[in-house]
Design a protein around this ligand. Sequence first.
Ligand code: SAM
Length: 288
Amino acid sequence: MTEEQRRNATGTLYVVATPIGNLEDITYRAVRILSEVDLVAAEDTRHSRKLFARFDIHKPLVSYHNHNEQERQKELVQRLQAGEDIALISDAGTPCIADPGYRLIAACHTAGITVVPIPGPSALITALSAAGVSTERFAFEGYLPQRAKARADLLRQLNGEQRTLVFYEAPHRLAATLADLADIMGVERPLVVARELTKLYEEFFHGTVAEALMRFTQEPARGELVLIIPPSSQGPQMNVRDALRKLLNESDLSRREAVKLIAREYGLPSSDVYRESLSLTGEQGLDE
Ligand code: SAM
């Protein structure tokens, strides 16, 4: 069978991006493909039914998620080989970007089945596009490990990275991640938290790790978010005294909290940093 004959005989797998919040972000092409295929493989069929209702799409849905990937893959490849066209979608954004899909796509390539991407939104690119940081080179790290040690180890490894770092993070883990960042990358490191993109409460928070800690421990983050950390500037690290002064002057942190952060960041005993902080007392703007 020639390549062309095989292409005609087998179906096509369309990898279709869907909105990350605002349903108007779906493309004309995505709506057409989803309306034309024989079957749609979706991460959560109940979730995708809402999208289908909004765009008047009436196609059978089957689930394809992390827990049934293997068995479902066999069935989907067989149906594609039998000539059916199938669309793969995830709950939001682009399939395979921190979402299931790559194994099915790899199996299709191996089986000689045509795979066609239908591009559209992804939180990663949406966040980077409007964060106002250098995007010339970036590294997408997906979700940080949940285990504290693994997370800290990875952040340590990434500390000298010269590309902009991008993470997906769950809102209830943000404060813990920021505390690790304070420890490892320093309280002065700038970052962006891109929250609820394309939705009603969309927000780009710009600040240092210390400022983000203050904001997101006082008022825990809500909704979905992307954490962006541009490379650290090449300049020398601030000395302990200046860093303490800046933190005490510009944040609402108590002396104890500021001392703890700086001691961790500089790997110094808290008692030394505390003494340094006392010697700052009396400077303009700093209270007892
Ligand atoms: N495949 C999706 C994509 O292309 O962006 C990502 C799926 S991943 C399971 C979900 C994560 O993406 C969320 O935890 C959050 O970090 C990020 N995310 C998704 N939608 C978002 C939004 N509207 N605003 C900010 N972050 C979002």
